[in-house]
Design a protein around this ligand. Structure first.
Ligand SMILES: Cc1ncc(COP(=O)(O)O)c(C=O)c1O
Length: 385
């Protein structure tokens, strides 16, 4: 699974791709080009191709080149947020009358984008259990589909989609496969290598890794789709600013070591929860009993840092547990070095309430950080009482 470009491994690319020492000063870290416009050597004489920072900015270019290398794509584009990335991709590939299959447990914001923003513009969607390839196949047979949108692992139920199988089905009917790779990060999973056409990230999460920046990215396999996306990105303007691009790139350099540690800690947490009497069920693809375990083991390099569980005491107990941890901070988002806990039904996924994507009320989601494992286990045990 390791990304290799010119023989280089993932960890090397994370530190060097797009990040040559600055040609003027030798600075080993790409400078923050906090600038909107660029002097031209005569009309049209653009130095390095730069003319205006909505169109391109050198710090953003460094991030985009690094992301393209890590995902094994031909082009990456960095946005102001994951949602800006999703919106730009969907407006690039869909037209009124098109239909998209989305996961029946998609991230709430993705569902809201389809239901509240794209539907009124006549881009329809069906929510399908995408971790079941037969359901995807049936849905593809029912009507023409422009794109299939999957997350794997999903947020917040950690379901696993067989990317290779769904990519084959999409290719058969000429649909594009988009994979939201936020939960895995490019270190653990490279969907383009498995047949996907586009990868989406909320770089706010593991790529940035320190809960200090909001950002998004799209990485594509085909240069022609990359060109169209770049046109839409420039035309609609939801770009990552230079400082945000720089922070994200700084996070990426340690992605590999962080993901290893996240995965190790999460596995220990999942085992502890699975044996705890106050827990009715654990969702973690690293557990052998997880329905997607074998596929995850095949297509991922590790199982990641996200764990969800159901509180045996029901919704009120789930909410109470979220308020009792001390190290796990109660908050939305995920993927930072610090551990977070949240109640998806009332927080991140509240926008899916009353829809087919509603999540169970007794569900608690953990973003397991890279603190000392024993401290994390102790904190959860005392919160579960
Ligand atoms: C799986 C997934 N995709 C996309 C997004 C949206 O990203 P952002 O919050 O950076 O706009 C999120 C945010 O939580 C997410 O969890």
């Amino acid at each position: 699974m390791t990304a290799r470009e010119g023989g280089q491994g993932f960890e090397t690319l994370a530190i060097h791709a797009g990040q040559e020492p600055d040609p003027v000063t030798g600075a080993v870290v790409p400078p923050i080009y906090q600038v909107s416009t660029y002097a031209q050597d005569g009309v049209g004489g653009r130095r390095g191709g730069y003319e205006y920072s909505r169109t391109a900015n050198p710090t953003r270019t460094a991030l985009e080149e690094c992301l393209a290398a890590l995902e094994g794509g031909t082009r990456a584009l960095a946005f102001a947020s994951g949602m800006a990335a999703e919106d730009c991709l969907l407006r690039t590939i869909c037209r009124p009358g098109d239909h998209v299959l989305i996961p029946h447990d998609a991230y709430g914001g993705t569902y809201r984008l389809f239901d509240k923003i794209l539907k009124p513009w006549q881009v329809g969607y069906s929510a399908v259990p995408v971790s079941d390839p037969e359901s995807v196949q049936k849905a593809l047979e029912q009507r023409p589909v422009r794109a299939v949108w999957v997350e794997t692992p999903t947020n917040p139920l950690l379901s696993i989609v067989d990317i290779t199988a769904v990519a084959r089905m999409c290719a058969d009917v000429g649909a594009l496969l988009v994979v939201d790779n936020t939960f895995a990060s490019p270190y653990l999973q490279n969907p383009l290598a498995l047949g996907a056409d586009a990868v989406v990230h909320s770089t706010t999460k593991y790529l940035g890794g320190h809960s200090d920046v909001v950002g998004g990215a799209v990485v594509v396999a085909e240069p022609e789709l990359g060109e169209r996306l770049a046109f839409y990105q420039n035309a609609t303007g939801g770009v990552a600013g230079p400082f945000d691009a720089w922070l994200t790139l700084r996070g990426i350099r340690t992605l590999a070591v962080r993901m290893d540690r996240h995965s190790n800690n999460a596995l220990r947490v999942a085992h502890m929860l699975a044996a705890h009497p106050a827990v009715a069920g654990v969702f973690y693809p690293g557990l052998p009993g997880h329905p997607g375990h074998e596929i995850a083991a095949k297509q991922m390099r590790g199982f990641g840092g996200m764990v969800s569980f159901r509180a045996r005491g029901g919704e009120e107990e789930a909410v109470a547990v979220c308020g009792r941890t001390r190290l796990f901070t109660l908050g939305e988002s995920l993927g930072g070095v610090e551990s977070l806990i949240e109640h998806p039904g009332r927080m991140t996924h509240a926008s899916a309430a009353g829809s087919p994507l509603e999540v169970p009320g007794d569900l608690v989601r953990l973003s397991v950080g890279i603190e000392s494992t024993d401290d994390l286990l102790e904190d959860l045990r005392s919160a579960l009482r």
